[in-house]
Design a protein around this ligand. Structure first.
Ligand SMILES: Nc1ncnc2c1ncn2[C@@H]1O[C@H](COP(=O)(O)OP(=O)(O)OP(=O)(O)O)[C@@H](O)[C@H]1O
Length: 240
């Protein structure tokens, strides 16, 4: 489904992503972890076509997307969220999701039907006529997920969708991710909350200083001495 090889991004003298390569299987949930500044968001920006690569190659469903722009990549079915959610505040929650659905459906009736279906699946219908500025962060984050799934993606890249949420809201987002994955959508997610990473991920990729220092099953990754040294710390326990 998604293949990365030798993916590298330099900003002047800084190598933000350094020769990263891995494969994501269709239908899986993959966690992307690492310390602050280790290159996770930059990697999302490369895969989703926001930044051009300095070197390397990315293939999605057999198509070379290395040099494609984000809108073309999104049309192929690879979409992402941003760390800071920025809904359109002057239109309703439903209209925000319709904007996503328009990427797939050119007809207003079909786009709205899709948007309602996505909002219903995520338990958001009761907010449909409210402008996002009046909604709490947890609902805005779900709305962002509803917006991207209404594009009918094959894979979603979620950038810290649990950031700033309390434990109950976090659990709801975990359940939301499981739900969208059960509809067949592959998920790659950046997350600092290790409990969520352990619960959700089939596979975990660890970055440190731009380089991939580990890749594998969550249990193996959290017991990897280099991952403990660079990120988790000696006192790490999964309950954290
Ligand atoms: N547009 C840019 N121009 C210059 N340097 C950048 C740019 N974007 C990111 N960087 C640098 O690249 C490195 C990786 O940053 P990135 O945001 O990808 O890390 P991250 O792992 O997502 O961090 P966090 O967990 O804090 O979000 C950092 O040193 C950052 O300062």
């Amino acid at each position: 489904m998604l293949n990365l090889r030798g993916v590298t991004k330099k900003f002047g003298g800084l190598t933000a992503v350094d020769d990263v390569g891995f494969h994501i299987k269709q239908g899986s949930i993959v966690g992307l972890i690492g310390p602050n500044g280790s290159g996770k968001t930059t990697l999302f920006n490369l895969v989703s076509g926001v930044y051009p690569l300095t070197a390397g190659w990315i293939e999605f469903n057999g198509i070379d997307i290395t040099k494609m722009k984000s809108h073309a990549i999104a049309k192929l079915g690879l979409v992402r969220t941003f760390q800071i959610v920025k809904p359109f505040n002057n239109i309703t929650a439903l209209e925000n999701v319709v904007v996503g659905a328009f990427q797939k459906y050119s007809n207003r009736v079909d786009a709205e039907k899709k948007a309602i279906q996505s909002m219903k699946m995520l338990g958001l219908l009761k907010y449909k006529d409210i402008q996002p500025q009046h909604l709490p962060l947890a609902i805005k984050k779900k709305l962002e997920i509803a917006r991207i799934i209404s594009t009918e993606p094959e894979i979603v890249l979620l950038d810290e969708v649990m950031g700033g949420l309390n434990p109950q809201e976090t659990e709801e987002i975990v359940e939301t991710i499981i739900k969208i994955n059960q509809t067949g959508i592959t998920v790659l997610l950046i997350e600092h909350k290790m409990k969520c990473i352990m619960k959700l991920s089939e596979d975990v990729v660890v970055l440190n200083n731009g380089a991939m220092i580990a890749h594998g099953e969550p249990e193996a990754v959290v017991n990897d001495t280099e991952v403990i040294r660079a990120y988790l710390g000696d006192d790490y326990h999964v309950e954290n």
